[in-house]
Write a protein that binds this ligand. Structure first.
Ligand code: IFM
Length: 513
């Protein structure tokens, strides 16, 4: 169904769904503000999600847990990074963060109160195997076993991300992800989780945003371990692809109930001009940033990310690796935050070279290519309004990305593993957190997701990022993505207006609530 038909059909039922709510009027104003091509509010109000759709929220161990050295946990690369002066904004650390390690019951109770059906959380490798290999730390297993039980008791589906960036420091000391041995160590870790938790957890995603942590950590050095070498990134990414395949098999060997998918970071890319060169560069961006880990799993081969052949030698590729990488996923999970504009470029030393890179941002400085092999130049557009993290709000990107992946991978079951926005709204004098801009953001994006579903995409779940404000990596506590406000001095949680609204959406399957 095209956009015009969708709008017309939805308008037919819009009248019945209109909600006379003053707060919603304010939202409508906010939601229309300067978003090119925004879906009209009457249509958003009429949107309905399928029965059984899984509404959820996501979090990550390092960002929320704190308790950085409790109960035998080993040091992770993010502990080392945040303990190093000058690395994180404001000198912030995650030693305590939201203290979710001790307050997980309170946090899971929020999910229950907001009618959630799925909770995506990650497990700290260094709590399970403090040095990344060898004996299991039973206290770590016991902790996540209690968390899993609490999630199930609250009526939610536990969705486990096995690795959300917090590599045990001792494995980095052994060469980190460029060291091929890590594929085996990682598969062992994944198998341990499936052995101890696989009777209750059936939904596993091996890696969160593999392109981001390999490129930022080894290619341009803005994340730990702060290495800046494009060829090191290629090696790291190849090990992760091997690890992903090995992990899928290890998980399934340990748990017959397991299903394995993904939590990739993806961004729909649009060519800067209609030239053939820019359109080809945009396809290379899509291959490198969106498909570089999906395609090896699904088909055992790298997508066409390079101008020439993949640099197999530089990647450390060996004969037979196609068979190791190939491990077709049961479902495909990815995040959507914003879009990219891509053009063809030459040059490129293979490091950031003055560009700007943050958790969800990537843009080259000047006009040179990012690296000599992909020859792409990436910009973060500003045509739409910006969130307080500087990301352009582009709801249409959700529709474009979901339908593109559906087409390219033969209509897989899809989970949106993350979507959210940064706004710094804080409690007002009554104690309420009126974050209308976040509600407006989710309304627009979810309306685009509903449109993709009505056009045939098999999307079964959506996870808002994130349950509670938390440690936003190299940005420390300067960005707030939570649907729950956290006062980091007292650890008091206050569900924001967006959280209350999202709870009503989850209960009704409708956006006009
Ligand atoms: O906080 C991060 C998360 O860890 C990964 N995806 C993007 C979020 C917001 O930047």
């Amino acid at each position: 169904m095209n956009r015009r038909n969708f709008v017309r059909n939805s308008l037919v039922t819009a009248g019945a769904a209109m909600v006379a709510d003053r707060r919603l009027s304010a939202l409508r104003f906010a939601s229309q503000e300067k978003i090119p091509g925004a879906i009209p509010d009457s249509v958003i109000d009429a949107a309905r999600f399928p029965d059984g759709f899984l509404w959820g929220m996501a979090s990550a161990s390092y960002q929320v847990e704190g308790a950085w050295d409790a109960d035998g946990k080993g040091e992770s690369i993010w502990d080392r990074f945040s303990h190093t002066v000058g690395k994180v904004k404001g000198g912030a650390m995650a030693d305590v963060s939201c203290d979710d390690y001790h307050r997980y019951k309170e946090d899971i109770a929020i999910l229950k109160r907001l009618n959630q059906k799925s909770y995506r959380f990650s497990i700290s490798w260094a709590r399970i195997q403090p040095t990344g290999t060898g004996a299991v730390n039973q206290k770590g297993i016991d902790h996540y076993s209690r968390v899993t039980d609490a999630v199930l008791e609250a009526g939610l589906r536990p969705f486990c991300t096995i690795y959300h960036w917090d590599l045990p420091q001792r494995l980095e000391d052994r060469g980190g992800w460029p060291n091929r041995d890590l594929a085996g160590y990682y598969a062992e870790f994944a198998g341990i989780l499936a052995k101890y938790l696989g009777d209750r957890i059936t939904v596993w995603a091996p890696f969160n945003m593999p392109w981001t942590f390999t490129y930022y950590g080894y290619g341009i050095g803005v994340f730990p371990p702060c290495r800046s070498d494009f060829y090191l990134f290629l090696r790291a990414a190849h090990t992760v692809n091997l690890a992903q395949g090995e992990a899928l098999r290890a998980i399934k060997a340990a748990s017959s109930k397991a299903t394995v998918g993904s939590a990739y970071g993806m961004a729909p890319a649009y060519p800067k001009t209609d030239s053939e060169a820019d359109r080809a560069a945009t396809e290379r961006y899509h291959a490198m940033n969106n498909l570089y880990f999906l395609n090896p799993a699904m088909h055992g081969e790298y997508p066409k990310a390079f101008v020439g052949e993949p640099p197999y030698d530089a990647m450390g590729y060996k004969a037979g690796d196609d068979k190791i990488m190939k491990a077709p996923l049961d479902w495909v999970g990815f995040h959507y935050y914003t879009r990219r504009i891509v053009s063809a470029a030459s040059g490129g030393a293979g490091s950031s070279g003055g560009g700007h890179f943050g958790t969800e941002t990537e843009g080259e400085g000047g006009s040179a290519a990012r690296d000599p092999l992909t020859q792409i130049h990436v910009e973060m557009p500003t045509e739409g309004p910006l969130t307080e993290a500087g990301l352009e709000i582009w709801p249409r990107g959700m529709y474009d990305l979901v339908t593109q992946i559906s087409r390219e991978y033969n209509h897989p079951v899809i989970e949106i593993s993350e979507n959210g926005c940064c706004y710094l709204d804080a409690p007002d004098e009554t104690g309420r957190v009126p974050d209308a801009r976040r509600i407006a953001f989710h309304r627009q994006i979810l309306a685009e997701l509903a449109r993709a579903i009505s056009d045939g995409a098999k999307v079964r779940a959506y996870h808002a990022w994130t349950l509670v404000d938390n440690f936003e990596w190299a940005d420390g506590y300067t960005q707030r993505y939570g649907l729950t406000y956290v006062d980091f001095r007292s650890q008091k949680r206050t569900v924001k207006d967006s959280g209350l609204w999202y709870g009503r959406v989850a209960a009704s399957g409708r956006l006009g609530v």
